[in-house]
Structures are given as structure tokens and as C-alpha cells.
Design a protein around this ligand. Structure first.
Ligand code: AP5
Length: 189
């Protein structure tokens, strides 16, 4: 089983690199942001709840996210592994993921941290907001998302270092170059 946590601030390239990793390693992909956006699009109760948080750049409560994650995970059959994109985002989520995998005789193989300077994150997300119209890609909400990342999500770096699962990757450069660096790290495992 290859269970990868792809990690980084908003705009660091988690979704971009996940697509490539899925294609190369044939593993499943869980993007919690995509799951929530699909719920919003479909106008579900969950979507209505999620929209309130996402539009404010805030995290959805842990209990809700952990349930969503477990139900998507359990929908995969004959999986070679999973790339977790956007989850975990808090220590409580990391602990829940560890427990969920342990109950299935698994663990996180590696946590890949894409590090990108803040001015580049802002540039990428403002550009994407103009191109795609994603509601949370405006300057005010991006600033809130970055604040939430630093206060609630970045502590996971030390958490995964402690687990001996941490892999730093420079997320600045070409998409192909970054992908090659990730593959080199994963292939060594
Ligand atoms: P989510 O969708 O996970 O958003 P995010 O973490 O803010 O990440 P992004 O999708 O903005 O960026 P990314 O790192 O995937 O980068 P991408 O590849 O798209 O979550 C959205 C919201 O949902 C959260 O704010 C929260 O409210 C909620 N949520 C989700 N998960 C949750 C959880 N677990 N708990 C609680 N709440 C949760 O790239 C960004 C842009 O940069 C793209 O345009 C791309 O083309 C470009 N780009 C990528 N790589 C490069 C490169 N190397 N050079 C130049 N441009 C690049």
C-alpha cells in the first residue's frame, strides 16, 4: 500500500501534483476540497454547511471532515493506496487518519510537504481565481486561508517529523521538475 499525504499551503500545488501521482502510481485520490465543492454544487445539506466555512476561509469542523474522509476511503475497492490531498489539516485529523489506517492494517507511507513562498502562493491563487472563478480565490479570503494554514495546519509538519514520515519538497519551479522530485523521494521508500 502506498498512502501519501500531500501537504502544503493553499496554492502550493497539492491538486496539480496529486493528478500526476495518481496516474504514475495507480493509487486513488481523495481531495477533501473537491468533495466539498461537489457537495456545494449539488446543493446538499453538507454543501450548505461547508459553503459557510469555505467562503470565510475557515476549516470545516474536524468531526464532519473525519466522517467524510472515512466514507470516501471505504468506497475504494482493490486499492493500491491513496493520496490524501487537503487532509489532514489539523492534529486531530492526523490522529484520526492514523487510527483509521491502523484499523485496516495500514499507515501513512510518507507526508510530502510542498514548500512555496507566500508571495508566489498569492500570485497563483489570484490568477486561478480570475481564470476559474473559484469563490475562495480572492485576496481577502486567501489571506484568511493562509492564516488558518499557519495557525492550524502547519503544526502537522512537526507531527509528521515525529512520526518519521516527513519529506520536504521545494514547491517552487516547473510542475514537471517538482513531480520528478516527488517521484524520486517516493521511489526511495
Ligand atoms: P482545498 O481545495 O484543499 O484548498 P487549498 O488547500 O486551499 O488548496 P488549493 O486547491 O487552493 O491549492 P493546491 O495546493 O491544491 O494547489 P493547486 O494544485 O490547485 O480546500 C478548500 C477549502 O475546503 C478549505 O479552505 C477549507 O475550508 C475546506 N477544507 C478542505 N479540506 C479540509 C479539511 N481536511 N478540513 C477542514 N476543512 C477543509 O495549484 C494552485 C494554482 O497554482 C493552480 O492554478 C495551478 O495551476 C498553479 N500551479 C501549481 N503548481 C504550479 C507551479 N509549480 N508553478 C506555477 N503554478 C503552479
Amino acid at each position: 500500500m502506498l498512502n501519501i499525504v500531500i501537504f502544503g499551503a493553499p496554492g502550493s500545488g497539492k491538486g496539480t501534483q496529486s493528478e500526476r501521482i495518481v496516474e504514475k502510481y495507480g493509487i486513488n485520490h481523495i481531495s477533501t476540497g473537491d468533495v466539498l465543492r461537489a457537495e456545494i454544487k449539488n446543493g446538499t445539506e453538507l454543501g450548505k454547511t461547508a459553503k459557510g466555512y469555505i467562503d470565510q476561509g475557515q476549516l470545516i469542523p474536524d468531526e464532519l471532515m473525519i466522517d467524510i474522509l472515512a466514507s470516501v476511503f471505504d468506497s475504494f475497492e482493490d486499492s493500491k493506496g491513496v493520496i490524501f490531498d487537503g487532509f489532514p489539516r489539523t492534529i486531530a485529523q492526523a490522529e484520526a487518519l492514523k487510527k483509521m489506517l491502523a484499523e485496516r492494517g495500514q499507515d501513512v507511507t510518507v507526508m510530502v510537504d510542498l514548500e512555496v513562498p507566500e508571495d508566489e502562493l498569492m500570485t497563483r491563487l489570484i490568477k486561478r481565481g480570475k481564470d476559474s472563478g473559484r469563490a475562495d480565490d480572492n485576496e481577502e479570503t486567501i489571506k484568511k486561508r493562509l492564516h488558518v494554514y499557519h495557525s492550524q495546519t502547519a503544526p502537522l509538519i512537526d507531527w509528521y517529523k515525529n512520526e518519521k514520515k516527513y519529506q520536504h519538497i521545494n514547491g517552487l519551479g516547473t510542475m514537471d521538475g517538482i513531480f520528478a522530485d516527488i517521484c524520486e523521494a517516493v521511489d526511495k521508500l
